[in-house]
Write a protein that binds this ligand. Sequence first.
Ligand code: AMP
Length: 397
Amino acid sequence: MKILVINCGSSSLKYQLIDMNDESVLAKGLVERIGIEGSNLVHKPTGKEEYKEAKVMESHKDAIELVLAALVDKDHGVIASTDEIGAVGHRVLHAGTKYSDSIIVNDDVKKVVRECFDLGPLHNPANLIGIEACEAAMPGTAQVAVFDTAFGMAMPQKAYLYAIPYEYLDKYSLRRYGFHGTSHSFVSKETIKFANLDPEKCKVIVCHLGNGASISASIGGKCVDTSMGLTPLEGLIMGTRSGDIDPTVVQFIANKEGKSVDEVLNILNKKSGVLGISGVSSDFRDIDKACAEGNERAIAARDAFIYRVAKYIGAYTAAMNGVDAIAFTAGVGENNAEYRKLICEYLTFLGVEIDDEANSHRGERVLISTPNSKVKVVAIPTNEELSIARETLALVK
Ligand code: AMP
């Protein structure tokens, strides 16, 4: 079966068409600047020339129509008709407390996605438009919602509660959810296989270190804690997000700078993290370059980022009373050997020992700990699209 994976961001749409017989990617692409001047499609069919098209796209509905046209085009297409698409898997940001697993879309599912607009104001509306546009373009084809919050729903109450009046949980479902769920789920499962761990009992920590960064602890593949909260702002220091912060900082900046709460939250989401500390960039490659040139604020940003990851690994080891494997994934986790090494230097108390030669590999699935290490440490490239396609196939086959 061929499965189309759709990931609608606030103004973008990423897609992949995957042949599930061998999990090969038939085509993938990206639409950017939806609803903004200069919208365009970059379509990459496997084995054929890349195709680019600039076209006004007012909404995600226009984008989906352009993507489907590209997939069936006689020159740069990869299928003869959309009838060949057996199902569509949609990445959906937030399901509140309603769903803890992926689900075939029906009217109730769409209602829940709509009810969660408050919890995911940038993504859930785009996700719903994406679902409805695919329903309209491919009537009768199963649509599956794969929620970014699903993995974190297994967290026990002690991990998801905020210590605020309980009525807010009852009234507004105000609690910790966690995000990057498809990545944490995929990488924890792959780590279990790759490191040959007991699938029922193994204790795994996954560090998803990209522009957005989060960390999860799972036992037997079930999440026991994860660092993002009600929104993806909580937890690790990220490219532009502050991660954990005393809420009073919001009030302090608002009062001193004459800003509204929304304006301060915008700063914490878009102008903080390693960008905010360094003043250099949100991209870790730029941070590294500046560090190499001796830029003190870039060094401060890098050190704070690494320290926060190590601190969370310590906390999650305590939460699980042990750890069998630590996995690094996403842009930085997969590629940046120096960061992996610096993080692991904090973990010698756990018996973590890194093999420098193995750790020099980039972007590959590799065991980077020595045979003597008490904890297996791996780098595993994440593949959120494949994870969504697998979830979709499991529901529709
Ligand atoms: P992601 O959000 O997973 O796409 O990760 C983006 C981050 O990964 C950026 O800050 C990049 O600097 C970093 N990154 C991506 N590729 C590399 C690489 N080859 N070496 C070092 N960092 C990388």
